[in-house]
Design a protein around this ligand. Structure first.
Ligand SMILES: Cc1cc2nc3c(=O)[nH]c(=O)nc-3n(C[C@H](O)[C@H](O)[C@H](O)COP(=O)(O)O)c2cc1C
Length: 179
């Protein structure tokens, strides 16, 4: 059994990437994994202040908010799913905020199997263009393998993804994680 952490960063509760996260979770749970799905929008997480307090005190953020609990889940996770809509050729502000707040442990991000779930109103070429920030974060892990990517292209309205093949693919990808 693996610990799977899904970071879902769409502000839309019934957004396309969120729906795919839920499918991925169902598949992973059906296989027998332990899964946590965190919707950043529902957490109280402030912006990194760049005060470097965490660098001086051994890795504790000066902000007292929900990120401390999420970092514990992050450290426990064997598998990390990063899910974001494409906004202006990039990731959501919620995902960027999450990434920046891992700064207290950036030298100890550990070893993880990584999956991406990305939704966009336009085509797959747009999605490829938006991967820079996710890759830039993942490359800071001590060891990682990008094990799967789900691109939901051409889904401007929330929920459209339910009619696409990626809907089943998300479940199957969750189920495919090895015990
Ligand atoms: C602020 C904003 C910026 C967006 N920028 C892009 C973009 O650059 N390219 C694109 O293909 N779609 C863009 N979209 C459309 C979203 O990517 C699309 O609606 C997607 O399905 C949202 O994912 P979600 O349903 O998981 O929230 C944008 C939407 C918003 C609200």
């Amino acid at each position: 059994m693996k610990n799977v952490l899904i970071i879902s960063s769409s502000p839309r509760k019934k957004g396309n990437s969120q729906i795919l996260c839920e499918q991925f979770k169902k598949g992973a749970e059906a296989k027998g994994h332990q899964v946590e799905l965190v919707r950043i929008m529902e957490q109280n997480i402030g912006f990194c202040r760049a005060c470097d307090g965490c660098m001086r005190n051994g890795g504790t953020c000066v902000l007292k908010d929900d990120m401390a609990e999420i970092l514990k889940m992050f450290q426990k996770a064997d598998v990390l799913v990063l899910a974001t809509p494409v906004y202006f050729y990039g990731i959501s502000a919620q995902m960027k905020t999450f990434i920046d707040r891992t700064y207290p442990i950036w030298q100890h991000l550990g070893k993880k199997e990584i999956y991406y779930i990305i939704s966009a109103g336009l085509g797959e070429d747009i999605i490829e263009r938006s991967l820079g920030d996710l890759n830039g974060f993942v490359e800071h892990l001590e060891e990682y393998k990008i094990a799967g990517k789900i691109y939901a292209a051409n889904v401007m309205d929330a929920g459209l993804v339910e009619n696409q093949s990626v809907f089943k693919k998300a479940y199957d990808m969750g189920y495919s994680i090895r015990l």
